[in-house]
Design a protein around this ligand. Structure first.
Ligand SMILES: Cc1cc2nc3c(=O)[nH]c(=O)nc-3n(C[C@H](O)[C@H](O)[C@H](O)COP(=O)(O)OP(=O)(O)OC[C@H]3O[C@@H](n4cnc5c(N)ncnc54)[C@H](O)[C@@H]3O)c2cc1C
Length: 419
């Protein structure tokens, strides 16, 4: 059996290694558009490669995977983060789990992951063809005798600028495509595509630049008029707001925000999950315990003083105003500012370290347990090319490894004549 893998990224390389190790008789050709494999993995995690997560801080998979959670759940039954951890350590790559539950190679060098996988591919006899962008994939229509070992599928014809290739089975692992045109090589197959939009971005918000560099941890934030909420550290940037809380919210709201052209209202609760009553009691206690002190000089311990000074001004209180001079209306405004502070989002900026695509090949095209296309037998998908993506923290790569593993298992069964 001949298998063509399109895309030498995380999912494609891992799938090809697992397949060849399990089935040395299967010929595996990996076609990569770029000049080297795993180019994106090399830059992940700021060059350190956050290859997975301990999942300990995640309450439900949906929290990590806003899209594709069901597919990921099934893939994890076969190969989860613990299996991945063991796999890399067995390959001689010691891993470390940070306090924030992100997992990195102990060397803190993404190239160790790239080299380990590249070596494993070469040792397993995977045939890697770089600088081969596949421009079309078609089901071979003119084959009279079945060529696939299952005896049912006539196989596929792949075209690149440099040539035409045939395969009994195809695995598409081309990663996220920011534009629909990036998936045009699959047009002959008439698949359903979810329009791609960016995920994991910062919010452009005017007027916050004086706070640049400030981190508030944790806050809860959400989009006004929706139920989308997230929690974590918030970072003020030159253009607005970023940090885990904002990136997570951008992931949950990726499609919604694209539909409203990145114009929306962000609501921030600066004292995390403290409710209005609790915040009011805190403020009234501060007022009664130090009536003669200036408001700008006394801040709740959870908030940096620079942010407190900014927020009291937003609430209409002067920094030099004494607590005794603060009236009821001002207290009300301060409580509202601390618990539900609203900012206009005026656009988005891509995070320098990580961004992913929401959308891609619709999950309606595939069987979620096998990742095989429902309409085209022996055609599989794995990784970000599917409408599967996650928040930051190693979850995106974990999905790619796990799906690559599942497809390798399916191909092994196919090569064995179906089990
Ligand atoms: C800067 C950055 C940092 C990131 N950091 C992290 C991180 O630390 N942790 C994490 O979990 N996730 C991270 N991500 C996300 C993660 O890298 C991706 O989700 C993951 O790489 C997806 O794996 P994949 O195999 O599906 O696709 P990719 O790794 O993107 O691989 C797809 C491959 O297919 C090739 N290809 C595309 N089209 C064709 C074609 N027509 N013919 C042939 N080849 C083709 C591409 O050249 C590419 O090599 C980061 C993303 C970015 C952009």
């Amino acid at each position: 059996m001949r298998v063509a893998v399109i895309g030498a990224g995380a999912a494609g390389c891992f799938c090809s290694v697992m397949l060849r190790r399990q089935c040395p008789d299967v010929i595996v050709d990996v076609y990569e558009a770029g000049s080297r494999p795993l180019a994106k993995v090399a830059v992940t995690g700021g060059g350190r490669c956050n290859l997975t997560n301990s999942f300990r801080a995640i309450r439900s998979l949906k929290e990590a995977y806003p899209r594709g959670e069901q597919v990921v759940r099934r893939a994890f039954c076969e190969f989860d983060h613990e299996a991945l951890f063991r796999w890399f350590e067995a390959e001689g790559v010691p891993l470390v789990t940070q306090d924030d539950e992100c997992v990195f190679p102990r060397s803190q060098d993404a190239m160790q992951i790239v080299e380990t996988l590249t070596r494993a591919m070469s040792k397993a006899g995977v045939r890697l063809h770089t600088s081969q962008r596949i421009i079309s994939v078609e089901q071979a229509a003119d084959v009279t005798a079945p060529t696939g070992p299952s005896g049912a599928c006539p196989g596929y014809v792949l075209r690149s600028q440099g040539g035409t290739f045939t395969a009994d089975a195809v695995v598409v692992t081309t990663g996220g495509s920011p534009k629909v045109s990036g998936l045009s090589f699959l047009s002959p197959l008439n698949l359903i595509v979810e329009p791609p939009v960016p995920s994991l971005f910062s919010f452009n918000i005017a007027g916050t630049s004086p706070l640049m560099g400030l981190v508030v941890d944790p806050v809860t934030c959400g989009l006004v008029g929706t139920r989308m909420r997230s929690r974590g550290a918030l970072l003020f940037t030159h253009w607005g707001m970023s940090g885990p809380a904002v990136l997570k919210l951008s992931s949950y709201a990726a499609r919604h925000l694209a539909e409203c052209a990145y114009r929306a209202q962000l609501m921030v609760s600066w004292l995390d999950e403290m409710g209005e009553d609790e915040v009011r009691s805190l403020i009234l206690a501060m007022q009664s315990s130090q009536p003669s002190r200036q408001v700008g000089n006394t801040h709740p311990q959870q908030l940096p003083s620079r942010l407190w000074q900014y927020l009291i001004v937003r609430a209409g209180i002067r920094e030099d105003q004494r607590w005794a001079e603060v009236g009821r209306k001002q207290i009300n405004r301060l409580v509202a500012t601390l618990t539900a502070d609203v900012y206009d989002i005026e656009g988005q900026s891509r995070h320098k370290d990580e961004f992913v695509t929401c959308g891609g090949i619709s999950l309606r095209n595939i069987n979620p347990g096998t990742l095989e296309c429902r309409t085209h037998p022996n055609l599989f998908f794995a990784g970000e090319v599917l409408d599967v993506d996650a928040i930051t923290g190693g979850f995106n790569l974990q999905a790619a490894w796990s799906m690559g593993y599942v497809v390798a298992g399916q191909l092994r069964r196919l090569a064995a004549g179906g089990e």
